[in-house]
Write a protein that binds this ligand. Structure first.
Ligand code: BYC
Length: 474
């Protein structure tokens, strides 16, 4: 169980390590300062029907109640230790999993933890203003739930930095509160986390696409030979599932509502559909193209010596590493990557060890394709002849082998001018964004009411009805 009598709730026996406890209690007010500045705008006095972790066991870890977000019990929760756990891959395979940081991997490991940690507050910053245009009280509560859990994920990484990396770790923990999403001078580390999330369609796309990168990266880190990181990530993954649910169902509901209006009025022309106050499927496709491509970049270069080192050192594994049947060392194996040569995209086999980013990206794409197929079913069920598609892997990429090339949506290698001509057809244009924003000028918060552009969800939170008062504004 988690000890909630402590100032910092935890299941790591924090009280026994006074120095660490003091350091974290020193960081805590800085975190609160960040939350008041950069957390959801004007929300500090709301009572929100939130889920809080009460135990890390698989069954019944969550408790639901009204909470003012600044009073949310952010804390430190690790999955229980398995005394027999080993390093399961790389050159240390078979050794007992590390309970302390191996000296030679200190800086590498710190970098990975900082990169992971940096995304968490970044996403809260990106979503900060969305409360003022929410489509319902249900959705408002969901975004707040996502935000407080991202805050807790930051705590998870900060605990590791404080506990295992001494003064360097404490300095990194401070920097995590100092960088700002989109800031010109002190931006967040990874590209996607500096993009704006200006509207709710972007928010749902982000939680579907980008939070799922979170899932895959956390799965890879949950395989780490550094046991405290693995145990932390395992618990984070249980929270991540809800974020992807919010994204997937959010987009489903938007598509559903659009299809209803299209059928009711027998319309197919996007311009006419827009006049009825719903988002045309073409615009949804362009948002999808954007979020997908920007998220693919988060996996890093297709061929990466960093990734090879992480793996060989036993720091970051593959998706479901222990379920894979091979040598877990990858000394001989190869893996295909793609390169642009002249006006062609060419497949090339490289040592699998160097292609681990690409492999994780491919695992991700497989899961994404299933989700998009579920969205497609909503359109098919409505009998509307429109196909949602995933763009080519090389489309609109800024990292890896496709960076610097102009790849079309179907994988055609284009000149910069030819690509530019299609830009507004492939990515959300200024006009698309303006239209989407025009639907979201105010918030809808009467219990049980939903904005015109989105269908209600199938059910409420924690078996509550849809007209439950999920947020009390006081
Ligand atoms: N933007 O060998 P390379 C989540 C840098 S999301 C900017 O290609 P590597 C969440 C890279 O840092 C999951 N820079 O890549 C979701 C390196 O820089 P240096 C977050 C980038 O190192 C929603 C250089 O390019 N977790 O949790 O193999 C809401 C060459 O590096 C980008 C993690 O990512 C980019 N997109 O792999 C809330 C896990 N990509 O050293 C939360 C931890 C690469 O040359 N991170 N660069 O200056 C990692 O495992 C690795 O850092 C990466 C990159 C997979 C990101």
């Amino acid at each position: 169980m988690i000890d909630y009598t402590e100032k910092i709730p935890n299941n790591v026996d924090l009280g026994r390590d006074r120095g660490l406890q003091r350091a974290l209690e020193h960081w805590q007010p800085a975190y609160m300062g960040w939350w008041y500045d950069m957390g959801p705008n004007e929300s500090h006095n709301y009572d929100v029907y939130l889920r809080t972790a009460i135990s890390v066991e698989a069954d019944g870890w969550a408790q639901f109640d009204y909470v003012k977000m600044p009073e949310y019990r952010w804390g430190i929760f690790l999955q229980p230790r398995d005394e027999k756990r080993e390093v399961n891959f790389g050159m240390h395979k078979g050794q007992a999993a590390w309970q302390e940081v191996p000296g030679e991997y200190r800086s590498t490991l710190r970098r990975v933890i900082v990169t992971q940690g940096d995304t968490e507050p970044a996403s809260v910053e990106q979503q900060r203003l969305l409360g003022s245009s929410c489509p319902s009280m249900y959705d408002l509560r969901n975004i707040f739930q996502v935000n407080v859990e991202e805050g807790r994920h930051l705590w998870a990484m900060v605990y590791l930095l404080h506990r295992y990396f001494g003064r360097d770790g404490r300095e990194e923990a401070e920097s995590l509160l100092a960088r700002r999403s989109g800031d010109a001078d002190n931006p967040r580390i990874l590209g996607a986390f500096n993009e704006p999330t200006p509207d709710w369609l972007a928010f749902y796309m982000f939680t579907f696409f980008t939070d799922r990168d979170g899932k895959f990266q956390l799965c890879a880190l949950a395989e780490s030979g550094f046991d405290p990181l693995a145990r932390t990530c395992r618990f984070m993954l249980t929270e991540e599932a809800h974020h992807m649910f919010v994204g997937e169902t959010g987009v489903t509901r938007i598509i559903k509502r659009t299809c209803e209006v299209m059928k009711e009025h027998k319309l197919e022309d996007p311009a006419q559909i827009r006049t009825l106050g719903v988002i045309d499927l073409q615009t949804i496709q362009r948002y999808l193209n954007f979020h997908y491509s920007v998220t693919l970049d988060l996996y890093g270069s297709d061929v990466s010596s960093n990734a090879a080192n992480y793996y060989t050192s036993g720091l970051k594994g593959r998706f479901r590493e222990t379920k894979l049947e091979d040598d877990h060392v990858l000394s001989e194996a190869e893996y295909p990557v793609y390169e642009v040569i002249g006006d062609k995209i060419v497949k090339k086999n490289v040592p699998a060890l160097t292609a681990l980013n690409e492999r994780l990206r491919d695992d991700y794409i497989e899961e994404i394709a299933d989700g998009v197929a579920r969205w497609q079913r909503v359109i098919d069920d409505a009998g509307i002849p429109f196909k949602l598609t995933l763009p080519h892997k090389g489309f609109h990429r800024a990292i890896g082998n496709f960076a610097g090339h102009h790849i079309g949506i179907h994988g055609e290698v284009l000149t910069a001018e030819a690509w530019k001509k299609h830009e507004d057809e492939w990515l959300p244009s200024a006009a698309d964004q303006k239209f989407v924003q025009s639907l979201m000028t105010g918030r809808v918060v009467e219990p049980g009411k939903f904005a015109n552009w989105i269908a209600p969800p199938l059910r409420g939170i924690n078996s509550k009805p849809l007209d439950f008062e999920y947020v009390r504004f006081n």
